[in-house]
Write a protein that binds this ligand. Sequence first.
Ligand code: ZN
Length: 103
Amino acid sequence: MPNNRDSKCPLCGATLTATEILDACGEIIDPVHGVVETHCPHCQGRLEAMPVNGRVDLGFLIGDKERFDVALAMPFADLKLERPSGPPCIKLTAPGRSWEFTE
Ligand SMILES: [Zn+2]
């Protein structure tokens, strides 16, 4: 795995990997910031993820989606983000893996 640092769930303290979080992601909840709903695979607690190039940020949107508060930044060296034009869509690719999220 390209990334397996000691990152812990802000809710239950279980060790998380960026891949686990991306696998748990559902729908886009804020297309402006590129935030996707997700959950901790250990405690099932609700989290929000903002994937970017080389990193997945975990945290929560603040106020009326004004900003994204990062609770945990998970480095993911080979992660590439793509935001195609058109309907909200987030495409992520990493060696051997890909994810696609829509609203
Ligand atoms: Zn948890």
